[in-house]
Design a protein around this ligand. Structure first.
Ligand code: C5P
Length: 234
């Protein structure tokens, strides 16, 4: 089975990102290309990563009118990415358009949604007219994404159980904020270990600095994979 680990390539340019992934093994993780790296290096970095055997999560969080998002999803699918995402706040017509665009493509990446950015507090939400607390808004938007046929959402590992209970096990949950026991929290606050997150029901764990800042990133990745495999086996 392919790895449940998604390594975010939070680097300023393609050279830095490629020099790290060359030390790794595509059997041990998938990789995430976000706005900084993509804005600097564009489709080139995605092509190179795919050429090196990696599944690529293109984390560009599309949020625009339905036609534009549909066309962006088609462009992402044509690049051969494994996963792509949109903001659930774009609404049902936008999410349906994204779903249709991917269904029409010969290559069909997983299509997931972002619900509420974890940087948003209840007060931030109120300022933009969202009166319910973040936890309720997350559940409402995850339910909406599921009703539009999306494959899952990005969420905190602490939200996994509530979402799986409401929507079901097939809905894929991608969780950042994961820290192996004993590693630095950095700027993450509500963290879980890889085994706790898998036990809670996370499907994919986004783990960056504990791997990228490790003295030996390959060893760090191997150790996390072992921890995850052990939980799945037991
Ligand atoms: O290094 P670290 O494991 O904290 O990296 C987490 C990655 O997940 C970063 O790319 C960060 O932007 C992303 N992310 C997050 N929290 C979210 C959504 C994405 O940490 N709610």
């Amino acid at each position: 089975m392919s790895s449940r680990i998604i390594l975010p390539l939070d680097f300023a340019d393609a050279d830095e990102a490629l020099s790290l992934v060359r030390k790794l093994d595509p059997g041990l993780c998938r990789v995430k290309v976000g706005k900084e790296l993509f804005t600097r290096s564009g489709p080139y970095i995605v092509e190179q990563l795919i050429k090196n055997g990696f599944d690529v999560f293109l984390d560009l969080k599309f949020h625009d009118i339905p036609t534009t998002v549909a066309r962006a999803c088609t462009a992402a699918a044509d690049m051969g990415v494994w996963m792509v995402n949109v903001h659930a706040m774009g609404g049902t017509r936008m999410m349906h358009a994204a779903r249709e665009a991917i269904d029409k493509n010969s290559h069909k990446p997983l299509l997931i949604a972002v619900t509420v950015l974890t940087s948003m507090t209840d007060e931030d939400l109120e300022q933009i007219g969202v009166m319910q607390p973040a936890a309720e808004q997350v559940l409402a938007l995850a339910t909406l994404a599921n009703s539009c046929g999306l494959d899952g959402v990005v969420c905190s590992a602490h939200e996994v159980q509530a979402i799986k209970n409401k929507i079901g096990n097939e809905f894929k949950l991608v969780t950042p904020g994961i820290r192996p026991g004993g590693s630095d929290k950095n700027d993450q606050s509500r963290i879980m270990t890889p085994s706790e997150a898998i036990k809670a029901g996370s499907d994919y764990l986004v783990i960056g600095r504990p791997i990228t800042h490790a003295p030996d990133p390959l060893q760090a990745l191997i150790a996390i994979n072992e921890e995850v495999k052990k939980v799945i086996r037991d």
